[in-house]
Write a protein of this length. Structure first.
Length: 194
């Protein structure tokens, strides 16, 4: 992931930056209102994509993850999604100074990202809730959306994202539980030893 993050930053990042500069030049040179408005829209999309790409590459590099607390990593993901103004994300952490291994933090951040993406794409939710706490050598992460839910048996057997989440949790010796019903929220609870 560290190498992928660097490659994305060095290759795609440079191309997006050049494209953004060219769009700014076109915007400056063009005087026609319709064309100028179209260029401004494309420029806005490019700049937003560039910002999201930079945030992604930061989260992919191991140094970024190893140097930060899990609270800060999840909080940044929530802020990133909130900036899109598509849904609300509420994050409540009872132990903001919780210290976890880099591998565990990486896996938990990826699961949070996957859950958020799934919720945005499929659930028609308005709010995602993330709660994290620790007690008696165990950490618990609860991810909930207020969306339309799904038939657990049908979707879970086909859903690569859900299977990947569960595999990742097992890699760090945790337990993974999912609850969902049609027209009811979806909830994932992850518990792991610390």
């Amino acid at each position: 992931m560290d190498n992928i993050g660097k490659e994305i930053h060095d290759n795609i990042g440079q191309k997006l930056t050049l494209a953004s500069i060219y769009m700014q030049q076109l915007e400056h040179e063009n005087k026609q209102t319709d064309t100028k408005e179209g260029i401004q829209n494309i420029s806005g999309i490019l700049n937003e994509t560039l910002w999201e790409m930079r945030e992604l590459t930061k989260s992919l590099t191991q140094n970024s993850i190893s140097e930060q607390l899990i609270y800060d990593l999840i909080q940044k993901e929530c802020e990133r999604v909130e900036k899109l103004k598509i849904i609300k994300v509420k994050f409540l952490c009872y132990d903001k100074k919780l210290i976890l291994d880099t591998e565990i933090k990486t896996i938990l951040v990826r699961i949070v990202q996957e859950f958020i993406q799934n919720s945005i794409k499929h659930s028609e939710c308005e709010t995602i809730s993330i709660v994290m706490h620790s007690l008696k050598q165990k950490a618990t992460l609860v991810l909930t959306d207020d969306g339309i839910g799904f038939d657990l048996e049908k979707r879970y057997s086909n859903g690569m994202g859900l299977k990947n989440m569960e595999k990742r949790v097992k890699m760090i010796l945790g337990t993974f539980a999912i609850e969902s019903k049609i027209n009811v929220r979806t909830k994932i609870t992850i518990t792991l030893p610390i």
